[in-house]
Design a protein around this ligand. Structure first.
Ligand code: ADP
Length: 223
């Protein structure tokens, strides 16, 4: 089965990457009046950048593109198109990663035309340079080979999706899975370990969603 290359990112990585990114922004001389987090991936980096840069104003905009782990939807769109007046303000638009760059471009254009700030600059922890249509003004890590970065804020969501995919793909040869089978196949297949709590939460969530059925201690894929 085709493997998605995955890298696990820890909370500690996020804090230190955000600290380093804030230094790059500071040394550029850009002084944001307001930070705008792209929902949902930009929330944590945006909040940390507010702390490291000493910015009080934090807004958010939801620009959605990726529907689930490592699966891209056709088009990005802005949800909740509310209005605010940012005239005279310098905006720092923050996301976790620039992959295609489409959701960021869309958010930037929306902010410029609807919120009318003085300036908008983009900051992201990571930038996938070979595929991105946009280069952020500030980034810490240039990624040259595509990976799905398993960030701490999508750990449960991603674990659910990855388990579902493994069971679907292996379904021809194996129907019933024990919890331990699922965990060891996940570790072997994706090469990362999200920890037992997340594996338990994911299996429980998949059972409640009707994706898995539990029959005498074994799990069967329903969908
Ligand atoms: P951007 O406009 O920032 O490139 P995309 O439209 O490519 O964003 O993706 C939107 C969001 O999907 C990202 O902000 C991130 O939260 C998530 N995402 C996209 N690609 C990846 C990836 N390779 N690894 C982890 N998360 C990703």
């Amino acid at each position: 089965m085709a493997k998605i290359p995955v890298k696990l990112v820890t909370w500690e990585d996020i804090v230190s990457w955000s600290r380093e990114l804030s230094k790059i922004i500071k040394s550029s001389g850009y002084k944001p009046d307001v930070v705008v987090a792209i929902a949902r991936g930009g929330y944590v980096p945006a909040r940390l950048l507010c702390d490291f840069l000493g910015v009080d104003n934090l807004l958010s905009i939801q620009s959605q593109h990726w529907t689930e782990a490592a699966k891209v939807a056709e088009r990005a769109l802005i949800k909740f198109r509310y209005s605010v007046d940012l005239s005279g303000m310098n905006v720092l638009l923050v996301d976790d990663i620039v992959d295609t760059g489409e959701s960021l471009m869309l958010a930037k254009n929306f902010i410029i035309s609807e919120w009318r700030p003085k300036d908008v600059k983009i900051a992201a922890l990571q930038w996938i340079s070979p595929v991105a249509k946009l280069r952020p003004d500030y980034y810490l890590i240039e990624v040259r080979e595509w990976y799905w970065f398993q960030y701490p804020w999508t750990r449960l969501e991603d674990t659910c999706q990855f388990i579902k995919r493994i069971l679907k793909e292996e379904g021809v040869s194996k129907r019933e899975w024990s919890f331990d089978d699922i965990v060891s196949k996940f570790r072997e297949h994706y090469g990362i370990d999200v920890g037992l709590d997340y594996f338990r939460d994911a299996v429980e969530a998949l059972v409640s969603a009707g994706v898995l059925e539990e029959v005498s201690g074994k799990y069967i894929l329903k969908l």
